[in-house]
Design a protein around this ligand. Structure first.
Ligand SMILES: [Zn+2]
Ligand SMILES: [Zn+2]
Length: 170
């Protein structure tokens, strides 16, 4: 990878930090395995499941094109530096685990230096995904809340004595 990519990641995230560098390293490991993914996912052909919500996930979103908004970036709160990628068309998947503990130093700046200067193969371990392919992003019909009159995605409405209402009106 290159300076331009790191700049893009920093711009999006707002600062540089060890967490961001971890996400960057995960992407290096991914692109080493599947070089064509450098062109970023346009839709749901690539899906990422992140098991933490650290700074790292911003680098993942920028570099892979798996984004929260497209629905191909899913968050599973397990508190682990685990990042699983699913390539739908190929039917292939890969799980990356990052050990950041060995890179930790006195200050964040030092830790960042260490992470950036360590080859990805030394901190990112590749493994097999144990879970099935995630479902495609859902698209809901909208229904009017019978209290405030605002449209709500079906499936998010709740029963009340006034009929189906949004969660804010419950
Ligand atoms: Zn950060
Ligand atoms: Zn309402």
């Amino acid at each position: 990878m290159n300076e331009k990519m790191w700049e893009a990641v920093k711009d999006f995230h707002g600062h540089q930090c060890p967490g961001l560098a971890i996400g960057y390293k995960v992407c290096e490991a991914l692109f080493d395995l599947y070089p064509f993914l450098v062109s970023r996912a346009k839709d749901e052909e690539l899906v990422c499941i992140c098991e933490n919500d650290s700074c790292a996930v911003d680098a993942i979103q920028v570099l892979t094109g798996c984004t929260f908004g497209k629905g191909n970036f899913l968050y599973e709160p397990n508190g682990k530096h685990v990042y699983s990628f699913y390539l739908r068309e190929r039917g292939e998947s890969v799980r990356f685990y990052v050990n950041i503990e060995d890179c930790k130093r006195e200050t964040k700046a030092e830790t960042l230096e260490v992470v950036m200067n360590t080859p990805f193969s030394e901190i990112v371990s590749k493994g097999e995904v144990k879970k099935d392919f995630p479902a495609y992003a859902r698209i809901f019909n909208s229904i009017k809340c019978s209290n405030c009159g605002e449209y709500v995605a079906e499936g998010f409405l709740v029963e009340s004595e006034n009929g189906l209402v949004c969660k804010e009106c419950k």
